[in-house]
Design a protein. Structure first.
Length: 299
């Protein structure tokens, strides 16, 4: 970690030590503001953070006319505390309110050394947390990432001048921003190419199923599921033997006819036909006697 980003060390600043590089009009109005005077009682960093959390709802520099906004009064109050690197990291990474983060980035833009701005801003260019830049019934909305781009590229923020960045550093910041955008687009294109073709087809045609999904042999798991669906459990929880349908029985019977020899088939047929009527009568009588023998005698 570079020395200017070491936690516990006071941030390296530049410019006017008393005005915080603010526009002269807004600086004088902040000092004369009754709200800013009420902040004299708050002496610690955490008290100002709580004040931002409770009172700041947009980032406009002015309220009505030339009255300074709550956000800029709290911003200048933080300047009187001369924040450390750790405290600034606490601001821009705060999870409770996006306006705490936004005030932290404004603090950096006003007082941080221009050559060090990229080290602070580069990790938040794609931040999508939403904020209101202005107040009113139709506020101007933005994101943290867009706010940072605005602070890097533009020389004004909501009608008030920002500290001037030296031309060589401004060109370097613009070049780094272009390189970042180019790398981001290239990364997004690479991610899109790596997505499976099947998923992309389903996104384009959600109502169309893939051919493999319609196949009965899409995967070994489907075969097992199909075999398991033909078996049922009885009342004891055991699998019952599969009972083929009538069509399958007829198919098996035809296969058995072709598998046996014609001689073997004709022999069994002749034996069944050569039974005499007396033999058939005897067999029927024997069957009837066996069936009635199981019943108890009535006499």
């Amino acid at each position: 970690m570079s020395s200017h980003l070491t936690p516990g060390v006071r941030l390296d600043t530049w410019g006017n030590e008393s005005t915080m590089n603010l526009n002269a009009i807004i600086y004088q109005n902040i000092l004369a503001s009754p709200y800013f005077k009420s902040l004299y009682e708050k002496k610690t960093f955490h008290e100002i953070v709580d004040e931002i959390y409770n009172e700041v709802y947009n980032l406009s520099p002015f309220l009505k006319g030339t009255n300074p906004s709550t956000a800029y009064c709290c911003l200048y109050k933080l300047w009187t505390l001369r924040l450390t690197v750790k405290q600034i990291e606490n601001l821009i990474d705060h999870v409770d309110s996006p306006y705490i983060r936004a005030v932290g980035f404004l603090y950096l833009r006003y007082v941080c050394l221009p050559a060090q701005l990229w080290d602070w801003f580069q990790y938040y260019l794609e931040d999508e947390e939403e904020i209101d830049l202005t107040s009113g019934p139709k506020p101007q909305k933005s994101t943290i990432g867009k706010l940072i781009r605005m602070l890097i590229v533009e020389q004004k923020f909501q009608g008030t001048m920002l500290p001037r960045i030296p031309v060589p550093i401004a060109r370097d910041l613009a070049q780094k921003l272009e390189e970042h955008d180019r790398e981001t687009r290239q990364y997004e294109l690479t991610e899109q190419k790596q997505e499976p073709a099947k998923d992309s087809r389903r996104e384009r045609e959600p109502g169309r199923r893939d051919y493999r999904d319609r196949s009965h042999s899409a995967s070994p798991r489907d075969d097992k599921r199909r075999e398991g669906g033909r078996r049922r459990r009885n009342e004891f929880g055991e699998y019952e033997s599969y009972k083929p349908s009538r069509r399958e029985e007829e198919g098996r019977h035809e296969d058995s006819k072709h598998s046996h020899s014609s001689r073997h088939t004709s022999r069994y047929r002749s034996r069944s036909r050569s039974r005499s009527p007396e033999r058939r009568h005897y067999s029927d009588r024997s069957r009837s006697s066996r069936s009635y023998s199981r019943e108890p005698s009535r006499y």
